[in-house]
Each structure stands twice: as structure tokens, then as C-alpha cells.
Design a protein around this ligand. Structure first.
Ligand code: EPU
Length: 338
């Protein structure tokens, strides 16, 4: 199935709920249809192009004067197995959390800590989604899609994806050049539980036996208690990344501020909790017009209704400046601002 629209409203395609229109919008369910569309109509080459799933990590600053590609490829199928793992290929258009639910139901391990992350499966490898000590890169085997330079389907193995913290080749070299159509995951038949993060273990044990199901339930409870549901309050999850800084910077902050949360990040670097920095700079729960910092999680910027992308951007700029003035640390936005 394909659908094509002009001047198409994107309000339902970004979890911030920002009103913006796309000049053109193309939706497809079969990878072959995408190839036919792009090979037969070259006008897209003169426009900007973005790929949009549920839009859970995007901020539209204005109307988008270009082509939006919306992959709706469905399907979850087993494509191989060995003694320890199943290989499952999942269409880019499947809802991420429904896939996690499927895995937990069939006792396939490796994604349970990533429960309730918004977005579609095709978006998961792009920013290497992660939460509660798990990152999707540990279960991705390969990523399939369409390359706009060669106009052909192509595949990237996990090593070629260059995964890092909230990063991959799809955000750098292949940005706006590669349209992910499916992801092949390698999921454990004998799951190893990952309960190291914060008080997850405690929360799971309160439920009795440790299992994929109880981990999923615990993660859902923790997320629901801290993160606003996008259907109630527009947002895009963490607006900023947790910054990696030189060890010397972390030492200076520890000396000056005592209890700043610092995590080792390899290469003589340390990662700081951006949520803590923002909260200490006085932003948690603060509102300016239609935009604010969430009351329970300072990394999340929310749209109280009717905010424009520009308003959200300006607000995030104020936070950046204020954190820099107080701590000398420059935060980086995690959300893709277009
Ligand atoms: N903190 C504060 N104030 C806040 C938020 C956090 O002081 O408002 C402190 C906490 O007390 C804790 C530390 O910061 O000491 C870390 O907090 P938390 O465990 O809640 O995680 P986070 O660093 O705030 C990251 C991810 C989340 C993910 C959680 C759980 C990033 C940018 N964010 O948040 O991911 O759910 O860990 O693993 O890495 C997302 O990417 O959209 C997202 C929600």
C-alpha cells in the first residue's frame, strides 16, 4: 500500500504535538513500493527529505518544505534460530512497545528493559534507544533499508551500524540517506536478566519471581511514575543527552557541588546526569508560556498545548545557557530539531 499527500499536517506524527505541515508526505507498507516510487519520480531529489515514524524524537521548528517518508512496513517473523537465540525480523512500522510485549510473551530476552519507549521499530536503531541498563544495539543483528544514493536496498550488520550512546551511523553518515525498512534482532532463548540499574532490582523483586514479565511490569511502573504520557502532555522523552565530560570537569563539579551524579564513560571521561544539572539550575517544573520542564523528570520538556516549535527551541536555549553559566557544561540536544 502506498499513499501520497501534499501539504500534509504533521501534528499526529510528532509526539510533541506541534502543528506543522509537510509539503509532501509518502507512506508505504512494502519496501518494493518505496523503491518504485523513488526510482520513478526524481522530483524528491530537489527537496529536503526526512524519515518519520511516530515522531517521538523530533521537534518541528517550522513547516517542513520537503518530502516526509513514513515507513509503515508491518510484520514480526522468525528468520532463523540456533541453540541460544532466535532471529526475528521486524518491519520498521511496527510499534516498538508492541514488539517488546511480543518478546516478553514468547520469553525472548533482550528488550524487556526497553519497555514503553515510544516510537516505531525502524527508529530504534537510529538513536540506539536505551533505558535501565539496556541498549538496543546489544540485540540488533542487522538493519535493512533503502539507500537513496544507490537507489537500492542495502543491509548493515551490527558492527557497521557504529552504535554508541544515543548514536549510530544512521544519525551521521547515513542521515537522510538511508530509509530503514526492517530490523533483524537476535533474542535470547535463555534470557539473562539485567537488573543493575538504580532500584530496578528492588522493584522487580517486590513482584515475586524475576522474569521478563516482572521486569517489563517494573520498568513500565517506573517510567509511568517519572515520564509524562505523550497522549496527555506533548513531549519527546529526554530533550538533552547526558553529557560526557573530561574527568577533570567531573572532579571540579564534585568538589564544588558534592552530590553530582557521575558515571564512568571510558576514555578518561565521565558522564553527568543532565537531569540533575537542569534541576539544580532551578528548572524542574518551571513553565514559560506553553512550554515547561516536567515536574518529575528535568530532562523532559513538555508542551502544555499550543506551543510552537520555535517556543520549545527558545526555552531549551534558556536551559542550555543557564546550565552553562552555573556548571560550565554545555548540554547537547538529544531531540532532532528540524
Ligand atoms: N536526576 C535528577 N533530576 C531529574 C532527573 C534525574 O537529579 O529531574 C538524577 C537522578 O536522581 C539520578 C540521575 O539523574 O541520579 C539519573 O536519572 P535517571 O535514572 O532517571 O535517568 P536519566 O539520566 O535522567 C536516562 C535516559 C532515559 C532513560 C533513563 C533510564 C538519557 C538522555 N536519558 O535518563 O531515556 O529512560 O536514563 O535508563 O540518556 C529518553 O532517551 O528519552 C529517555 C527517557
Amino acid at each position: 500500500m502506498i499513499r501520497f499527500f501534499e501539504n500534509y499536517p504533521l501534528k499526529n506524527y510528532n509526539t510533541f504535538g506541534i502543528e506543522a505541515n509537510a509539503r509532501t508526505f509518502f507512506e508505504f507498507t512494502e519496501p518494493e513500493d518505496l523503491a518504485v516510487f523513488l526510482n520513478s519520480n526524481h522530483s524528491w531529489k530537489n527537496q529536503r527529505l526526512i524519515v518519520l515514524g511516530q515522531g517521538s524524537n523530533i521537534l518541528f521548528l517550522d513547516d517542513f518544505e520537503g518530502l516526509v517518508i513514513h515507513p509503515k512496513v508491518p510484520g514480526i517473523k522468525t528468520v532463523g534460530e540456533d541453540r541460544s537465540f532466535y532471529r526475528i525480523e521486524v518491519g520498521a512500522g511496527e510499534v516498538w512497545d508492541e514488539f517488546v510485549d511480543f518478546c516478553v510473551t514468547y520469553n525472548l530476552g533482550g528488550v524487556e528493559n526497553l519497555s514503553l519507549i515510544p516510537g516505531n521499530v525502524g527508529a530504534a536503531p537510529v538513536q540506539n534507544i536505551g533505558a535501565y541498563g539496556q541498549e538496543v544495539c546489544s540485540v540488533v543483528e542487522r538493519v535493512k533499508g533503502f539507500d537513496l544514493e544507490t537507489l537500492q536496498m542495502a543491509e548493515y550488520s551490527v558492527d557497521e551500524c557504529k552504535f554508541a550512546y544515543r548514536d549510530s551511523i544512521f544519525k551521521s553518515y547515513l542521515k537522510n540517506r538511508f530509509i530503514i525498512t526492517s530490523v533483524v534482532f537476535r533474542l535470547g532463548k535463555f534470557p539473562e536478566f539485567n537488573l543493575k540499574y538504580g532500584f530496578l532490582e528492588e522493584k522487580v523483586k517486590e513482584k515475586g519471581k524475576v522474569s521478563l514479565k516482572t521486569i517489563r511490569e517494573a520498568v513500565i511502573e517506573i517510567r509511568n511514575s517519572k515520564l509524562p504520557a505523550v497522549k496527555n502532555l506533548g513531549n519527546a522523552g529526554s530533550f538533552f543527552k547526558n553529557p560526557a565530560v573530561e574527568m577533570a570537569v567531573a572532579d571540579r563539579l564534585l568538589n564544588e557541588f558534592g552530590d553530582v551524579p557521575v558515571y564512568p564513560a571510558g576514555d578518561e571521561k565521565a558522564k553527568l546526569a543532565a537531569g540533575w544539572l537542569i534541576e539544580q539550575a532551578g528548572w524542574k517544573g518551571r513553565r514559560e508560556g506553553n512550554v515547561g520542564v516536567h515536574k518529575d523528570q528535568a530532562l523532559v520538556i513538555v508542551n502544555y498545548g499550543g506551543a510552537t516549535g520555535k517556543e520549545v527551541w527558545d526555552f531549551s536555549e534558556h536551559i542550555l545557557q543557564s546550565v552553562f553559566e552555573k556548571f560550565g557544561v554545555l548540554l547537547e540536544r538529544e531531540v532532532n530539531c528540524i
